[in-house]
Ligand binder design. Structure first.
Ligand code: TRP
Ligand code: SF4
Length: 329
């Protein structure tokens, strides 16, 4: 049997995941059979901005692992591990720092924007570590000699930088030890936030993956609907209503009926929202169930992470030897 190519993906442990993340996790889960998957909880990356307040990072690592597992990552297939437990990431980051020109990092589109934005909020991230964020990310990927990285659009510049660094390394040391990873850009239909803006923690318009049924009902009931609809018989415009958009995600079977009922004035907003909330809760029930099982067995999560750390470390340390050789170390 041919060995499967390696795949690496990662997220920063910065809090509970929400429904907007679900399509990404489903995409990760769908790649588990074709690739040898490594899923990295990027706690050092979290530290680039949370260095002054790291108290939640440990708990967030556990929570993100639970989110991943309850959304369908299978620890038998995929290594779920913590970045800071595999020190080779740091060693490769250091070695790569020798060969990257600072201007490459300063040119990354998000860099100056984020410095500006966060310093406006009173936070100093003009640090060496934050400048090196994309370089650390490149090390995360290259240490596994990963063939593929599933990413969102926002991460493409980081992936491009990673590929440039791999090329430069191979060129300088006349080797092919660092393959250029391909980005797997998922065609994800983006779920908007409950206020129809982008779903985001900073807007407080998200529904978390761990939301209980009451919370889902509450958040759905607060969604703004078509202002033209005061009475049930008023003709509505479902295409401008977030509730309808959510029906297209979570209630495929009834979405046409909802559309017709809203535009024909035969379904009221309260009933429409109730139907949505019930469908969402039915959809989320198996995820909640898995979460409850995992939370009831905290030692099992430790085991899964320890196992993932070991699998990642085995791969990373073998590759690190090749990399040191290429650099004559
Ligand atoms: N920067 C990524 C994000 O914010 C997280 C991340 C860290 C990552 N290391 C990675 C993603 C390696 C892909 C590959 O989403
Ligand atoms: Fe929105 Fe449903 Fe009310 Fe139409 S009936 S405006 S889709 S909540």
């Amino acid at each position: 049997m041919q060995k499967k190519p390696n795949l690496l993906s990662g997220m920063r442990p910065t809090g509970r995941l929400h429904l907007g993340h679900l399509s990404v996790l489903e995409e990760w889960a769908s790649l588990q059979d074709a690739y040898n998957c490594f899923h990295c909880v990027a706690d050092w990356h979290a530290l680039t901005t949370a260095y002054d307040d790291p108290k939640d990072i440990r708990e967030n690592i556990r929570q993100i692992a639970i989110d991943w597992l309850s959304a369908g990552l299978d620890p038998q297939k995929s290594a779920i591990f913590v970045q800071s437990h595999v020190r080779e990431h740091a060693e490769l980051h250091l070695l790569l720092s020798m060969i990257i020109n600072v201007s490459w990092l300063e040119r990354v589109p998000t860099y100056k924007d984020q410095i500006k934005q966060l310093s406006g909020e009173g936070k100093d991230i003009a640090t060496y570590g934050f400048l090196g964020y994309p370089l650390l990310q490149a090390a995360d990927i290259l240490i596994y000699r990963a063939a593929a990285v599933p990413v969102g659009e926002d991460q493409l510049p980081h992936l491009e930088l990673c590929r440039e660094i791999a090329r430069r390394f191979n060129n300088l040391y006349q080797t092919d030890v660092l393959p250029e990873p391909q980005s797997l850009l998922a065609k994800i239909k983006l779920l908007p936030g409950t206020d129809n803006r982008k779903m985001s923690k900073s807007y407080q318009n998200f529904i978390s993956l761990s939301a209980r049924p009451e919370e889902v009902r509450e958040k759905v009931s607060q969604m703004i609907t078509d202002p033209a609809r005061i009475r049930k018989t008023d003709l509505g415009h479902p295409e401008i209503c977030t509730v309808y958009t959510y029906h297209t995600f979570y209630n495929q079977e009834e979405k046409d009926e909802v559309f017709a009922g809203c535009s024909g004035g035969t379904i009221g907003c309260v009933a429409c929202k109730k139907r949505l909330a019930e469908k969402m809760n039915a959809f989320l029930a198996p995820i909640l169930q898995k979460r409850a099982a995992l939370e009831a067995a905290p030692a099992a999560i430790d085991d899964i992470l320890a196992e993932g750390d070991a699998r990642a470390a085995a791969c990373a340390s073998a590759n690190m030897r090749l990399i040191r050789d290429a650099m004559k170390l």
